[in-house]
Design a protein around this ligand. Structure first.
Ligand code: CTP
Ligand SMILES: C[C@](O)(CO)[C@H](O)COP(=O)(O)O
Length: 234
């Protein structure tokens, strides 16, 4: 059977959320954000192991969530780093080198199993793949006062999970760390190594909770998902 491991990133500061708590613990639909995200992978038979990258001072809270929800696939709590890229590298060091590896933002609770499975298949073909959606706004590049409109038909908003053959992403992160190269996602590091990467069509539902306005959007998304599930069960 197809299988993978997932590194879930939850060691950020949540500065843009402007909350007095790590955004991973913000309640949506009566559960902490991180619990929603972990549950997606707990429910996916293809997922064999979860590595949680966290801040040390959040460990007790996260351990109680894992115990209370009986998240049995959580293999290890890994202390994250200063930047997201550092946290990924530390998560990779803890993970199993023999497994196809997905890297996912803890702040993205709405990815679906169907998307995960399409992502898995693409990664088996190419070695590296990521979920993305075509942008719907016109994107401008603004540099030194000059404004340039980018060709919208060629632009995608990258999401997570981003998925890789373990050896490929491990080499990419090791190289970037040694060269002092910083990237805002993991696929960029593989691109910089001239490796093929496959885009997998994602969903606009797979939002990342980043700013306070996203909380109500997430609550609305939960309602939409619940209604869709009820209709499927009819
Ligand atoms: N050093 C870091 C930074 C980010 N993340 C995680 O990476 C995901 C995406 O990052 P982002 O949404 O930017 O979260 P924060 O960095 O916490 O947000 P901010 O930039 O507003 O502080 C989040 O689940 C976050 O917890 C992480 O594990 N380690
Ligand atoms: C990885 C990512 O979610 C892809 O869109 C995004 O780059 C994370 O950015 P953040 O600033 O670390 O949230």
């Amino acid at each position: 059977m197809e299988s993978y491991q997932v590194i879930i990133l939850a060691a950020g500061q949540g500065k843009r959320m402007k909350a007095n708590v790590n955004k991973q613990f913000i309640t949506i639909g009566s559960e902490p954000l991180l619990a929603h995200t972990i549950d997606v992978f707990e429910q996916d038979d293809w997922c064999e192991a979860i590595y949680l990258v966290i801040q040390p001072n959040d460990r007790a809270m996260i351990e109680s969530i894992v115990a209370e929800k009986n998240f049995s696939k959580v293999r290890q709590f890994v202390t994250g780093g200063k930047e997201r890229q550092d946290s990924v590298r530390l998560g990779l060091e803890a993970a199993d080198p023999s497994k196809l590896t997905m890297i996912h933002d803890g702040a993205r609770p709405f990815v679906s199993q169907e998307e995960l499975h399409r992502l898995h298949k693409a990664t088996e073909r190419t070695g590296a793949a990521f979920l993305a959606v075509p942008v719907t706004d016109t994107i401008k590049q603004v540099e030194g006062g000059r404004v340039k409109t980018l060709k919208r038909s060629e632009l995608y908003a990258a999401q997570t999970p981003q998925a890789f053959r373990y050896d490929l992403i491990q080499r990419a992160h090791e190289w970037a760390h040694n060269e002092g190269i910083q990237a805002t996602d993991d696929v960029q590091l593989v691109e910089l190594m001239d490796q093929a990467v496959e885009v997998v069509e994602g969903s606009y539902r797979n939002m990342k909770l980043t700013t306070p306005e996203d909380i109500q959007r997430a609550e609305n998304m939960l309602q939409i998902n619940r209604h869709s599930k009820q209709e499927e069960e009819l």
